[in-house]
Design a protein around this ligand. Sequence first.
Ligand code: CA2
Length: 154
Amino acid sequence: MGEAGPRILVLHGPNLNLLGVREPEVYGTTTLAEIDAQIATEAQARGATARSLQSNHEGALIDAIHDARDAADGLLFNPGAFTHTSLALADALRSVGLPCVEVHLSNVHAREPARRVSHVAPACVGTVTGFGPTSYLLGLRGLLDYLSAHADAR
Ligand code: CA2
């Protein structure tokens, strides 16, 4: 961990670039830029820094996870629908060994059965699901507390 405090990489998966623009009845009216600004403010208040990246491409997300090995101390990750399909993202998380918190806007357990399955969750230290944009802030809090508690291990 650097002197500037923990460095958090926030990753958003497919279609989340449309937040606040399409289907507000399902995913709300807050845009991704607004969520990223809230995360950055909250991170700063906790002495951390947060950088955000959204991609609709599984390979780009895998590359970002690999790059995070040297550039971040922890990951906050909404893998979108890749959550339910991607062993490759789970493998990438395991391969870098960085603590990751999985977050979802919707309560995936209250939706279709296929969304109750997460391939990513077993490679994460925890999951927050169902609180809209607040899921990210709760996840950030959990991740920063986890990093403080495990500071010696890194
Ligand atoms: O609840 C979540 O955060 C999800 O990761 C969102 C994914 C969904 O496939 C997961 O099961 C749960 C979908 C993101 C789609 O985002 C949109 C945003 C605006 C309009 C349409 C889709």
